[in-house]
Design a protein around this ligand. Sequence first.
Ligand code: TXA
Ligand code: MG
Length: 428
Amino acid sequence: DDLEIELDEHSGDAQRLRLAAEQLRTSDVPVSFPTETVYGLGADATRSAAVRGIYKAKHRPSDNPLIVHFASLEQLRAVLRPSRHTEKHANGQNGHEELRDPIPDIYKPLIKRFWPGPLTIILPNPPNSPLAPEVTAGLRTFGARMPRHVLALALIKLANVPVAAPSANASTKPSPTAAEHVAYDLDGRIETIIDGGPCDVGVESTVVDGLSQPPLVLRPGGISIEQLRSCSGWENTEIGYKNAAELDSQPRAPGMKYRHYAPRATVVLFEAGQNPPSTAELQIFLGPSAKLGLVRTKRWEVQPGNYNDTICALPASQANGVPPAIESGRSETPGFAGLLETLQSTRAPREAIQTHAISAAGLQFTLLDICLGLDIASIARGIFAALRELDKENVDAILVEGIDDAEGETAAAIMNRLRKAAEVKIAG
Ligand code: TXA
Ligand code: MG
């Protein structure tokens, strides 16, 4: 299960990674690194002062537990089996006896199938755990994940410590999917960002709890409940997070909700199947900047003309012909061959923003339109960046055309994050 990473010892990249690893091991200022999902803000999970540095840099409330990242199963076992030595002597008759694997059996099929990758598992935190108490925020369990991004794995391996890491955004802001998002949020509060270019997945890992009966999905991500249910012991897996059905639906009227993943502008989420807003509805969201952002995904079309034909809801059949207008991120995690190049690419792929001057029914405003395209994977890759880009344009509100959860786990993950980001939700 161990990972082979070949690194040219003398390259500048190897030296930079080694410096970052050294910083992780010794400093109390966290280091940001890319994973395949979003950028993480990492610290040595065994040192309290280092873990406190994460909460400090993010301004994150300390009752929210962190995920611990590992580069090998041996590294994970060392956390689960802190008293390895005594156990060996107590149990072994001749010193050669096999040790019981401390990884609970329920997780074996998942680890085999999905690690390294965007899956976080909840494990019991053992007595005498080497993890700093700040990691678990007082819980008797901890979240563990083995990312598949080669830079994340290399960093953890070089640091040779388990790495606690939340997403590297300032608390309440959208998760960062490019190094420049991290720099924008945390500039002046951290010293090192390892730049691996834009993230491949774009939404955070699926979090599962196999210690509960039935097993639960605590946070949706790219791994579907069907994929989980096809694993031995996971046949009865249930959803343990709020889905659309449990949300109070607001019949096309504003309402306040908790904030998370949220830009500065008010996010107005139109659930899948809702028509675009009327002029009267738009008026509600316009503020002093007279600018509205629009993030489209599928059925809406923006055309020049009077407002009423400006944002049109197309019949679903026609919608399939709408071309994606966004440069999509890389589809594969970079290998070390491309490392030099990716370490130098500090920019996120620019979302193509189209600007429309709108005047209708006495209203005059600018509509900044981003189309993320039809493909769910590219919507996932681009959604947090789109919210950030529009925020930088100082729009009063961002209208988001939602997608149907039923299109798959990634769609459900996107909508889960958008519902948390939205202050206003428009449902049927
Ligand atoms: O993709 C990801 O998971 C990213 C990258 C950086 O790995 N990390 C990430 O971390 O999203 P964060 O801190 O933003 O989210 C951690 C999630 C939260 O929903 C938290 O409540 C849950 O994991 N979590 C952590 N430990 C837990 C525990 N012991 N029991 C239940 N949930 C836990
Ligand atoms: Mg987060």
